[in-house]
Structure formats: structure tokens, C-alpha cells
Design a protein around this ligand. Structure first.
Ligand code: 13P
Length: 249
């Protein structure tokens, strides 16, 4: 049975008081204990939220990590630092990192290695831009992102990863992938995993959908055979919406 996961990527939103208010509200709401809930705040609040959420089922992730182990890299935060404050997850290769910070699959492969070496679970993101969808080569794009970013991992390592498919044209646009589009790509990704690692490993890896997922459409998306949960942006900033999504399995 694959893990059901709902992760809230807050991106560059919320002050510290607002962050505390949001997790305070999340703590008061109930959801199935079969769902792994993850909040992914900006680095600055990660340790505070780890403390705030200790003793609950909610885990904390961060949105990025350095591709270097340590040293003179001003402004960067290493995987070992992240692990040292009690964070469990790290988003790697979000399309905003790829687009605005020029991160490529080779950089991301290094980050995935450092995350795993430091006992963090990578949430590895992939997804095509609108031009790639319209030109029909979106499978090729996602295949390169997956094979260049994570296919150097051993079977034991890949099982420790989460994959998130986020079509870039669906992020923050209100245009969600249709259930057919989501299932088609998730199945494609699972088949890539099958070809590389075999059926058993492929079927144990959670693949999340992200892109304008909200309490209205989550149920339909989460019911798809290869969709194991969501990576949520905007709707994760409102406690009631985030928990309503977690209750959509
Ligand atoms: P939205 O849910 O705001 O579309 O963002 C999705 C996303 O990028 C999560 O990482």
C-alpha cells in the first residue's frame, strides 16, 4: 500500500506570526491518520514549526537545499543543516527553482543525493511548461527530468523518494490538469519506474499531483489509480482548505 501524502508548499508566503497561526489552526482540525500531512514553510520558520508540531502527526519539510555539502556558499542552506533541526522532507526541483534559479537536472541529482545522505525524504518535482504540452513532447520532458534527476539512485534509495508531477501551466493558474491528463502522466512516470526498478519498487513510490489542487477537485484527482496525494500551493495557506484536501481520499 502506497503512502497517501498531502504536502503544503507555502512558497515565499507568511510572516512568522501568520505561520504560527496557520499551524495552530491545522492542529485543531481532524483528518485521517492514514494521510501523511507535511507543511513546507520558508527555511526561516522550519525549526520553530518542528517544535510547534512535535507530538502531532504533521511533519515539516523545506523548499530547497544546497547542491554543495558545506562551506563558502553564502546564502545557501545545506541538507545536513536541514536535518539537524528536525526537518524530514525537502522539495527538490520545483518548477519555480528550475525557471527562476536556473536549476537543471544535474544540479537536482546532487541535491537528491545530499538529501538522502542526510536522511531527508526528497520530494522530487517534474512537469512540463505549456509550450511543451501544446507541442506534444511533454512525455519526453518529464522522462528527462525523472531519468536525469533520480535514475542514478539505487532501488533502496529510490524507495525513499516521493515524486510530484506538477504541470507548470496548472500552477497558480486555476487551470487544473483533467483527471485524464493527470492519470496519463502519473501512469507514465510509474511505468518509467517499473522499467528501471521493477514492479514492486515502482508500485511502492508515492506520486503526488500539484497544480491548482483545491478542496473542490482533490477528490476526483486522489481517486485516480496512480495519484497518491497532492503537493499544494495556494490552498495550503488556509488551514480549512488544506485539511479538506487531506480529507479527500
Ligand atoms: P498551486 O496549488 O498554487 O497551483 O501551486 C502548486 C505548487 O506549485 C505546489 O508546489
Amino acid at each position: 500500500m502506497r503512502k497517501k501524502i498531502v504536502a503544503g508548499n507555502w512558497k515565499m508566503n507568511k510572516s512568522l506570526p501568520e505561520a504560527l497561526e496557520l499551524v495552530g489552526a491545522i492542529k485543531t482540525l481532524s483528518y485521517s491518520n492514514e494521510v501523511q500531512l507535511i507543511v513546507v514553510p520558508p527555511f526561516l520558520y522550519a525549526k520553530t514549526l518542528v517544535d510547534e508540531l512535535s507530538g502531532t502527526q504533521v511533519s515539516v519539510g523545506v523548499q530547497n537545499c544546497a547542491k554543495q555539502e558545506k562551506g563558502a556558499f553564502t546564502g545557501e542552506v545545506s541538507a545536513s543543516m536541514i536535518q539537524s533541526v528536525g526537518v524530514d522532507y525537502v522539495i527538490i526541483g520545483h518548477s519555480e527553482r528550475r525557471a527562476y534559479f536556473s536549476e537543471n537536472n544535474q544540479d537536482l541529482a546532487l541535491k537528491v543525493d545530499l538529501a538522502l545522505a542526510n536522511h531527508l525524504t526528497p520530494i522530487y518535482c517534474c512537469g512540463e511548461i505549456i509550450e511543451e504540452r501544446n507541442s506534444g513532447n511533454y512525455f519526453e520532458v518529464v522522462k528527462s527530468q525523472i531519468s536525469e534527476g533520480i535514475f542514478h539512485l539505487s532501488a533502496t534509495q529510490i524507495q525513499k523518494c516521493i515524486i510530484a508531477y506538477e504541470p507548470v501551466w496548472a500552477i497558480g493558474t486555476g487551470v487544473t490538469a483533467t483527471p485524464e491528463q493527470a492519470q496519463e502522466m502519473h501512469q507514465f512516470i510509474r511505468n518509467l519506474l517499473k522499467e528501471k526498478y521493477g514492479e514492486a519498487d515502482a508500485s511502492s513510490i508515492s506520486i503526488l499531483y500539484g497544480g491548482s489542487c483545491n478542496p473542490q477537485n482533490a477528490k476526483e484527482l486522489f481517486a485516480l489509480p496512480d495519484v497518491d496525494g497532492g503537493l499544494i500551493g495556494g490552498a495550503s495557506l488556509v488551514a480549512e482548505d488544506f485539511i479538506a484536501i487531506a480529507n479527500s481520499f
